[in-house]
Ligand binder design. Structure first.
Ligand code: F6P
Length: 547
């Protein structure tokens, strides 16, 4: 494939960006009363308003041409068909099979994986019902009251994000906890609040070799056995989720209590597999099934909608527009939902671990920018922290605002204030404040003459800052499933267009290797190996301070 940046469409996009650079979105709205209708769409319970973007019809059609030129539709179909699109690990990428509720087969190397997928889901259902009904008993005969997921990365972020998001559906009988960090404070502080007799641990690790997870699991097992004083207690208080069930069994978990998944499920795409067990325990299997259904609905939308009406495709193209043609380095995720507080962290892994790459699929370097830095916090908290930079810095930071229209179980007064704020923020970012308006404001506050001139530049809001707004009626399991799948497919589309492999993560390996070399060097008296001067110095410092 020829280089992306040499293509005509890429150059046309660059030229068009120059034309649009001085046009404001407010002018585009003034020229077109139908802009909101033409630059918005609805799918799977999600409404996307992308009218507040620095884009016109021509820009959009060029971006769609870019997608077509890079064979996005064929790439998408290859993923759904189970082709080996993870070219460095030689694996299919089939998290979509995990939520394939259609009854249609999905084949990997000619083998239909759906019977195994359904079998694990059925086992999860039986197990969840047993725990939630109190039929499953701890070692001393008490029902389970606390579920602790032990995992990290994809074996933590999806489950914790979804469980928190679906707090309204949480069983009052069960509390959910998540231990991920190797920092001993994480396990210590959580375990201190729990009763070993009524606690169930779910050890989640695709590889079952991850240092943090295995260390935390051993710590939890020691804590349990110190209280229950019987090795056989492990069987009724530990279950595991892994694509390497034999390693989970080696750890001492009863093979009957190990839920499997497959190497064609990437860690950051695994919440739909048995890695979602803590979600199902928290909200029940019916709600977990609704989550899968919502994701499947988005899969179908992505698979079948024409590119110009395809929500993940449009969001991907907008991201590419700002990343590659406006030089935007970062992208803000701003859920106006406290219950979505872990969504930015989840999307950090999804996007940055997938598209934080600088070589193309064939190993050639990318001479164009790829994945942006993803960051964010729930609103309205972020407004009182970093929004200053969004409004007045030199950085162009595209934002996604997310909000539920309905309050549901929440106080309507709070919710109206939340809604007013999210709508106001995208308006303020786009419209800014005109010079005339600012002068009038200063004037009416009695600020005139030299003082007015002095303050003018500081208080000026140029605006013209882009955002998408995603609105849904309420954050149901189905809507959440669609929302997560939307971002998964957005990331897929971007990786495809950038011609990178979005499904490996070699960049996390070197640090892990070095940590395993450094660990023994930390022992008192142990010799320190050959490192650079800074690393030698830091090792010597921590060893002397920890004496
Ligand atoms: O270190 C990165 C990573 O491999 C992620 O891709 C993955 O989600 C996480 O570690 C946890 O891996 P595992 O589920 O195998 O413990």
């Amino acid at each position: 494939m020829a280089n992306l940046t040499d293509s005509t469409v890429w150059q046309q996009l660059a030229a068009h960006q120059q034309e649009l650079a001085t046009r404001t979105m407010t002018a585009m709205f003034a020229e077109d009363a139908t802009r909101f209708d033409r630059f918005s769409l609805q799918a799977c319970g999600l409404f996307l308003d992308y009218s507040k973007n620095r884009l016109d019809e021509r820009g959009l059609s060029l971006l769609l041409e870019l997608a077509r030129r890079t064979g996005l539709e064929a790439g998408r179909d290859a993923m759904f068909a189970g082709e080996e699109i993870n070219c460095t690990e030689k694996r299919a990428v089939l998290h979509t099979a995990l939520r394939n509720v259609s009854g249609n087969p999905v084949r990997v190397n000619g083998h239909d994986v759906m019977p195994e997928v359904r079998d694990v889901l059925a086992r999860m259902g039986v197990f969840c019902n047993a725990v939630r009904s109190g039929e499953w008993r701890g070692h001393t005969g008490k029902a389970i009251r606390s579920v602790v997921n032990i995992g990290i990365g994809g074996s933590d972020l999806g489950p914790v994000m979804v469980t928190r998001a679906l707090q309204a559906y949480q069983s009052p009988e069960l509390s959910s906890y998540f231990i991920s960090n190797i920092d001993g404070a994480h396990s210590k502080d959580i375990l201190a609040t729990l009763d070993p007799e009524t606690t169930l641990f779910v050890v989640a690790s695709k590889t079952f070799t991850t240092q943090e997870t295995l260390t935390n699991a051993r710590t939890a097992r020691r804590w349990l056995l110190a209280a229950l004083k019987d090795q056989s207690a492990v069987a009724s208080h530990f279950v595991a989720v892994s694509s390497k069930p034999e390693l989970a069994a080696e750890f001492g978990i009863d093979p009957q209590n190990v839920f499997g998944f497959w190497d064609w499920v990437g860690g950051r795409y695994s919440l739909w597999s048995a890695v979602g067990l803590p979600i199902a325990l928290a909200v029940g299997m019916d709600n977990f099934t609704a989550l899968l259904q919502g994701a499947h609905d988005m899969d179908e939308h992505f698979r079948t909608a024409p590119l110009e009406e395809n929500m993940p495709v449009l969001m991907a193209l907008l991201g590419i527009w700002y990343r590659n043609f406006f030089g935007a380095n970062s992208y803000a995720i701003l859920p106006y939902s406290q219950r979505l507080d872990r969504l930015p962290a989840f999307l950090q892994q999804l996007d940055m671990e997938s598209n934080g790459k600088s070589v193309q699929r064939d190993g050639r370097p990318c001479d164009y920018a790829t994945g942006p830095i993803i960051w964010g916090e729930p609103g309205t908290n972020g407004q009182h922290a970093f929004y200053q930079l969004l409004h007045q810095s030199q950085e162009l930071i595209p934002c996604d605002f997310l909000v539920a229209a309905r309050a549901d179980d929440l106080d309507p007064e709070h919710h109206n204030i939340l809604l007013a704020n999210v709508i106001a923020q995208s308006e303020a970012l786009m419209t800014g404040k005109s010079d005339e308006q600012l002068r009038a404001e200063l004037q009416s506050a009695g600020i005139e003459g030299a003082e007015q001139e002095r303050l003018f530049a500081h208080k000026s809001f140029p605006g013209n800052r882009p955002s998408n707004t995603l609105v849904y009626a309420s954050l149901t399991p189905g809507v959440l499933g669609s929302l997560i799948a939307l971002y998964e497919h957005k990331v897929f589309c971007q990786g495809h267009i950038w011609n990178i492999n979005s499904f490996d993560q070699w960049g996390v390996e070197l640090g892990k290797q070095l940590a395993s070399l450094i660990l023994p060097e930390l022992a008192p008296g142990a010799p320190v190996g050959c490192h650079d001067g800074s690393t030698q110095g830091l090792l010597a410092l921590v060893k002397s301070l920890s004496k």
